[in-house]
Write a protein of this length. Structure first.
Length: 403
């Protein structure tokens, strides 16, 4: 019964993280490839790769400064979707009229429900929302936001320019098989990339010849700030996202166990997902998925944070730095475009011993910890989402003028 409950909990975790389409893809491989389940219709499963069978609408008028954003289905709390919707809202302030088109499987029964959830739980934007690529408006720019939506953008009629809003290198989300190839192929579609950070920009430009505009990260300055520290022992925050392999859960836990061996008085805060199914050999608070309005206080109570990024770095390090929590992370081009060793963070090789050494060093060297804390605060304060949106808008104007 315990094993069944654990598996059920993990299945629910995968559903919430992956969303309906990707969860079904996961089940399809794990379950329905087993004998006894009848024939598998892989042609229906991958139907999105091909152009729709319905006839395209007659040529429609394309207005300047219009954008249709193709997004996959989502759940409340999706960080990638928050970045998309935030950028849409900022571009709206700069005069762009946007439409959000949800493609693929979605939990929403109506476009109105989806728009309400976006406005209440993500960003109060003005964009119209539709469900299904066949409802996409004619637009100056069509924007893919994931590899699956890139196929929809490829097939859209009445579009002048096709863009690719790239937040991570998605082929790495899969084993080196068909999905890896299907995802990688989208970088050869001839789209113009808008990439999250320099590493991604260099990667898709060098490997696939994609023209790119790079935007850099910021954070919600109304939400993330240093809050008063309450008395207590030294604490280490760890982004324990066990359902997201690229966040290195196992690597981080092995590193924390070594920290505990050397500093047994230190407490650990694990947040990002429920990890109660794991045996944890050190004192740890399993915070699970923490509400957004509680994160700043949680980060402010910690002396340092361990954040592992095995693909593109996320916004989390900036949010931690903005709360005065020094960050330890792994080395790599995918991280070092944002985090600078011994400046705004402390970096180490992706090895349990090396990461543990870095955490212990921060906890035991008050001078180093304060220097990195101050540099982190300054680094975060210098960022600005609206400035990044202005840079994208200028890039879009250049594309339009060059056409």
């Amino acid at each position: 019964m315990t094993r069944f409950a654990t598996r059920l909990r993990r299945a629910w975790s995968h559903l919430r993280v992956l969303g309906p389409r990707e969860f079904l893809r996961f089940l399809w491989r794990r379950l329905f490839h087993a004998p006894g389940f009848g024939r598998i219709d892989l042609f229906e499963h991958y139907a999105f790769l091909e152009p729709p069978g319905t006839a395209a609408q007659p040529n429609r008028t394309i207005e300047a400064k219009t954008m249709v954003w193709m997004v996959p289905g989502f759940e409340i709390g999706s960080g990638g979707h928050l970045n998309i919707f935030r950028m849409i809202a900022n571009l709206e302030e700069l005069g762009y009229r946007c439409q959000i088109c949800i493609v693929g499987d979605t939990r929403f029964t109506s476009a109105g429900e989806a728009r309400r959830v976006i406005r209440e739980h993500f960003v109060p934007l003005e964009a119209d929302v539709v469900i299904g690529a066949d409802r996409a408006m004619a637009a100056e720019f069509a924007v893919a936001t994931s590899w699956i939506t890139a196929y929809s953008v490829r097939h859209l009629p009445d579009v002048r320019h096709r863009l690719y809003f790239i937040q991570d290198f998605e082929p790495w989300f899969y084993p080196h098989g068909s999905d890896y190839v299907f995802a990688e192929q989208t970088y050869r579609f001839g789209f113009t990339g808008i990439t999250a950070g320099d590493w991604l920009g260099r990667l898709v430009s060098r490997e696939y010849g994609m023209p790119v505009h790079v935007f850099r990260f910021s954070y919600d300055k109304q939400r993330y700030r240093p809050l008063p520290r309450r008395p207590g022992p030294k604490r280490v925050f760890f982004y324990a996202r066990n359902v997201t392999p690229r966040r290195g859960f196992e690597l981080g836990m092995l590193a924390l166990a070594r920290v505990h061996e050397r500093l047994p008085e230190v407490e650990f805060v694990l947040a990002g997902w429920d990890v109660s199914a794991y045996r944890i050999p050190f004192p740890a608070h399993n915070a699970g998925v923490v509400p957004l309005d509680q994160l700043a206080d949680l980060y402010s109570q910690c002396d340092c944070a361990l954040v592992i990024s095995l693909t593109n770095v996320s916004l989390l390090p900036l949010e931690l730095m903005a709360c005065g929590c020094p960050v330890v992370s792994n080395r790599g081009e995918n991280v070092e475009w944002l985090l600078k060793d011994r400046d705004n963070a402390l970096l180490a090789d992706a090895d349990p011993r090396a990461l543990a050494d870095a955490v212990v060093r921060l906890l035991t060297d008050a001078g180093l910890r304060e220097r990195i804390r101050e540099r982190g605060l300054a680094c975060a304060a210098a960022t600005d989402w609206k400035a990044e949106a202005r840079g994208i808008a200028a890039f879009l104007s250049q594309i339009g003028n060059d056409a």
